[in-house]
Write a protein that binds this ligand. Structure first.
Ligand code: KMH
Ligand code: ZN
Length: 303
């Protein structure tokens, strides 16, 4: 009898895009981030994509001291795969962004496959008052911001990961990023099975139309060898694109980093709530969610 396909769910727990004013459910302190991650794993997430914040004001932080307590608590309470960001925040230098991955040598780390505009300023329209002044600046300054990921930056992060046995979630926000990834695969710096996270619906990247998803898929199929495909839809694109993707063989990423919502006008109360909803959809469609060890096997992780 045919076995159901296994779908890897990643939960991106807090990120560096959304700010505390936007949702009372956004995890900010080290305990909140760790507890949210553990809850998402219990709900079915095999991979936890982690950023941290300064607990004083919720500002994104790549300080290893802000990561350490989160990583300890998650490791003590879950066997999920930990994926540490090298994207940090688009406002940070690449040196700052690499620090936690170099220090903690996780199984998995994100790697952003190209420089791009990263437009957060449209969110200014939705909020009148912010709890902290940095939040307004964070959105406002994105009008004149390049999220820098040069070829040299990508090579350096690949070299750090390859030296430490850290593999990558290759974040591809546009078609050109797939071509860059194919370039690194042809040079042997990025090796299969590649974990390709295709990102839809951010201002500055490819849109969130089903045709965009189809074009990414066809292009990845044409260019890449030995890859596992995952879908991340930003904001209202999250659930529709994830659902479309799983029907076409993808894995999926949800989490408050990518969308604060569980339905139209309804804030998600936790990361776990988004995972539970997508898990229901995956199972209704006749598939199963992958366990952390199944995800490790599919992605060739060190365990
Ligand atoms: N915020 C996501 C759209 C990273 O951490 O490397 C992209 C991201 C970047 O997850
Ligand atoms: Zn991230």
């Amino acid at each position: 009898m045919a076995q159901p396909r296994k779908v890897i769910i990643t939960s991106a727990v807090t990120g560096a895009i959304h700010t505390p004013t936007m949702s009372p459910h956004l995890p900010v302190t080290q305990d909140e981030i760790a507890d949210a991650a553990i809850g998402a794993a219990e709900a079915g997430a095999a991979i936890l994509h982690l950023h941290t914040r300064d607990p004083e004001d919720g500002r994104p932080s790549q300080d290893p001291e802000h990561f350490a307590p989160v990583l300890e608590k998650v490791a003590a309470n879950s066997d999920a795969v930990v994926n540490i960001t090298t994207g940090g925040s688009p406002h940070m230098s690449v040196e700052e962004r690499m620090r936690p991955v170099a220090e903690f040598k996780p199984e998995l780390a994100s790697l952003n496959m190209g420089s791009m505009n990263f437009g957060l300023f449209p969110m200014l329209e939705k909020y009148e008052d912010f709890q902290h002044e940095w939040e307004r600046e964070h959105l406002e300054n994105s009008r004149d911001l390049v999220f820098k990921n040069t070829f040299a930056d990508i090579e350096r992060i690949l070299e750090i990961g390859n030296a430490n046995g850290t593999r990558f979630e290759f974040e591809c926000y546009d078609i050109s990023h797939l071509y860059s990834l194919a370039h690194f695969q042809s040079r042997g710096l990025a090796t299969g099975p590649l974990f390709v996270q295709s990102v839809f619906g951010l201002l500055g990247g490819i849109g969130g139309h089903p045709e965009d998803l189809m074009h990414m898929r066809r292009t990845a199929d044409r260019l890449l060898e030995d890859y596992q495909w995952s879908i991340l839809g930003a904001g209202r694109n999250q659930q529709p694109l994830a659902t479309m993707g799983v029907t076409m063989g993808s894995h999926i990423r949800v989490g408050l980093e990518d969308s604060l919502w569980i339905g139209p006008g309804r804030l998600a109360e936790s990361n776990a709530e988004q995972v539970e909803k997508m898990r229901r959809i995956v199972e209704e469609l006749g598939m199963e969610v992958a366990t952390p060890d199944e995800a490790r096997a599919m992605l060739g992780l060190k365990g």
